[in-house]
Design a protein around this ligand. Structure first.
Ligand code: OKS
Ligand code: ZN
Length: 342
């Protein structure tokens, strides 16, 4: 399996986030991708290639133009104000307020984000842009006939909606790839999101459509981020009714519970009969993950890959979360090796 990787992810390095009421160094840090890349090389998973440049059009198929221009220009506006710290929102258009787009940078930042977990630094736009190109390159490999590819994206994407950043995410790499598959002739794409957190952004992008089936296994939002989406009664709307499946799990879930939910996910995906599968591959389900509460162990990720392979479809793996920095390489690559060995 080939891995697509760009060094540009190093351009995004947020300073801190709020955890338990304290400012702590960002868990979503550059060394994450470095460890995954090192493991890909160590295991000789396959060639590591640089992304191509597919331009802005495939990104605009998913994200709103006003959101993209805001995101692209935000850092320069901040720097022009003489600032050099991370740009972070502190107010949002919540229930009793209006969803207007203010002129002010902070007002716009609140308008285009759903939480304070996506800091904008000098290189964030470039890093996110390149991560989207990484996903699109993987998509192209599969369209050209590969049975699998690994898009080693950073920053991650599954929390990003059409015009919202949040939860460490800016551009929804998996959604951009899924839409590109459809635009190049696929009729049905299944997105299987195995990250510990619900992929609220991906769900929202495809919620009213039947050409993308979104299936997610995650910590129950009644106790876990993103809290406001990811419940079982979210099944899709309009033409999308029945094409969204959330499988929330309790804190402390081990491979026994998790793999049972994966089985349900796979039954639904089989029934949908997609042309291709996009896997939002987060490994924050790991027992040692510092911000998560599932208890998967490293060998479990081999089984995960094997089960996904048994769906028998070309599969694009898109990197999402995972913060036990030393182990995410082993765990992510285990999924890929399990897939290839099945
Ligand atoms: C509070 C913690 C926010 C958790 C963000 C989760 C990101 C993630 N600052 N998503 O898959 O891993
Ligand atoms: Zn996650």
């Amino acid at each position: 399996m080939r891995t697509i990787y760009s060094d540009d992810h190093h351009l995004h390095h947020g300073r801190c986030e709020i955890i338990d009421g304290e400012l702590k160094p960002c868990f979503e840090m550059p060394s994450r991708a470095d460890h995954v890349l090192a493991r890909v090389r160590q295991q000789q998973l396959g060639e590591v290639i640089a992304p191509g440049d597919f331009g802005r059009a495939p990104i605009e198929r998913v994200h709103h133009r006003d959101y993209l221009s805001f995101f692209e220009g935000a850092w320069d506006r901040w720097a022009a104000m003489g600032r050099d710290g991370d740009l972070m929102p502190f107010t949002w258009p919540a229930r009793t307020l209006r969803s207007v787009v203010p002129d002010n940078l902070h007002g716009q930042l609140g308008y285009y984000s759903f939480d304070g977990g996506a800091p904008i630094t000098a290189g964030t736009w470039q890093a996110a842009w390149s991560a989207a190109q990484v996903a699109l390159t993987g998509q192209q490999l599969i369209t050209a006939g590969a049975n699998s590819a690994f898009a080693l994206c950073r920053p991650p994407g599954h929390h990003a909606a059409a015009d919202l950043m949040g939860g460490y995410c800016y551009l929804n790499n998996a959604a951009i790839a899924a839409q590109a598959f459809l635009d190049q002739g696929c009729k049905r794409v299944a997105i299987l999101d195995v990250d510990y957190h619900h992929g609220n952004g991906t769900q929202s992008i495809f919620y009213d459509r039947s050409d993308v089936l979104f299936v997610s296994l995650h910590g129950d939002p009644s106790f876990e981020f993103p809290f406001f989406l990811g419940y079982t009664d979210e099944t899709g709307e309009g033409a999308g009714e029945g094409f969204n499946l959330n499988l929330p799990l309790a804190a402390g879930s081990t491979w026994a519970q998790w793999s049972a939910a994966l089985e349900s996910a796979c039954v639904r995906i089989d029934d949908y009969s997609p042309d291709v599968i996009v896997v939002s591959l987060g490994v924050d389900t790991f027992k040692e993950d510092p911000i998560s509460q599932f208890k998967l162990d490293s060998p479990d990720y081999l089984r995960m890959g094997e089960r996904i392979a048994r769906l028998g479809k070309p599969s694009l793996f898109v990197m999402e979360g995972g913060y036990a920095v030393e182990e995410i390489g082993v765990n992510a690559v285990n999924v890929l090796e399990g897939f290839e060995g099945a």
